[in-house]
Design a protein around this ligand. Structure first.
Ligand code: UTP
Length: 295
């Protein structure tokens, strides 16, 4: 079984749910507490043992590439001012030279197309795919737990979570087969099924370990829902020839692509920080009394 060494981060979406902010700032660079959303996802990949990070970017996303580069002037200035704790934060987060790659999607034709754009950089080996607008909070990262399952099952491994059974039409839903390790075998996949037709309430939650054969399939996948090349359509084809297992993630997931999910993530990650937790709790209590709806 080949080891998973590379991770793909598709960051070329338009982020329309977050306009006007995303008119000039990629949503992946919006800040949760004190670091951009993309940093949380990269940290999760690092924790899982990923050695090379591949970003599929688009127009006006240069700031993401700059973020992962060394800011020499800033580092020198912090050192001169003796702000060694600040400098340490930057150094600890800095990817080693040669461990990040960037490619452009050129046109936002869908998630499946964004993944396909990484084919040359991934090559002929399994890879992790992390949707950077979903950030997760757990003692052990979602991808690290998926790696454990992958070492038992091989093939393709997808993270899933349970949704309210009446809301299956919002998600990609998988069918549940027999248990395997800490997860289960997937018996099928369907995009946004009506609750009465849904095979389960387990939805795809934004983390994948995929085999490289997906690239050839995505190359010939026609545009589907939303006139976009859909990853789920490509996975359905791959499913006919390869095994898929599901890892039910037990932590908290925040959809930072929407303002509500983003605010929830900020609160949750602030509450996780012992240095600011008490102040945040006090502020929330006070604001609940003081602030009423404006409209
Ligand atoms: P989303 O559909 O959540 O992102 O795609 P979006 O299109 O940016 O958001 P809205 O719906 O307009 O607000 C899931 C992930 O896939 C990436 C996005 O950047 C996001 O991380 N993506 C999506 C691409 O990289 N390229 C695409 O063509 C579409």
């Amino acid at each position: 079984m080949k080891r998973v060494r590379k991770a793909v981060f598709p960051v070329a979406g338009l982020g329309t749910r977050f306009l006007p902010a995303t008119k000039s700032i990629p949503k992946e660079m919006l800040t949760v507490v004190d670091r951009p959303i993309i940093q949380y996802v990269v940290d999760e990949a690092r924790e899982a043992g990923i050695e090379h990070m591949i970003f599929v970017t688009g127009r006006s996303k240069e700031v993401i590439e700059d973020y992962f580069d060394i800011q020499m002037e800033l580092a020198t200035s912090l050192a001169e001012k003796g702000k060694t704790d600040r400098l340490k934060i930057l150094n600890d987060l800095q990817p080693a030279p040669g461990t990040t790659s960037f490619t452009r999607q050129q046109a936002p034709l869908g998630l499946g197309h964004a993944v396909w754009c990484a084919r040359e950089l991934v090559g002929d080996e399994p890879f992790a795919l992390l949707l950077p607008d979903m950030i997760m909070q757990a003692e052990k990262g979602c991808l690290a737990s998926m790696m454990d399952l992958y070492s038992e099952t091989g093939g393709n491994v997808l993270s899933v979570e349970e949704c309210d059974p009446s809301e299956t039409d919002k998600y990609g839903i998988v069918g549940k087969g027999e248990d395997v390790g800490a997860g289960f075998k997937i018996t099928g996949m369907v995009e946004k099924p009506d609750p009465k037709d849904a095979p389960s309430n387990f939805y795809l939650s934004g983390r994948y370990i995929l085999q490289p054969e997906i690239f050839k399939i995505l190359e010939r996948t026609e545009r589907g829902a939303g006139n976009e090349i859909q990853l789920t359509d490509g996975m359905q084809t791959l499913f006919q020839e390869q095994s898929f297992a599901a890892h039910p993630f037990k932590g908290r997931t925040f959809d930072c692509g929407s303002p509500e999910g983003f605010i929830e993530a900020n609160i949750a990650f602030a509450l996780w920080r012992s240095d600011i937790r008490e102040k945040v709790i006090d502020d929330i209590h006070r604001l609940l009394h003081e602030v009423q709806p404006r409209d």
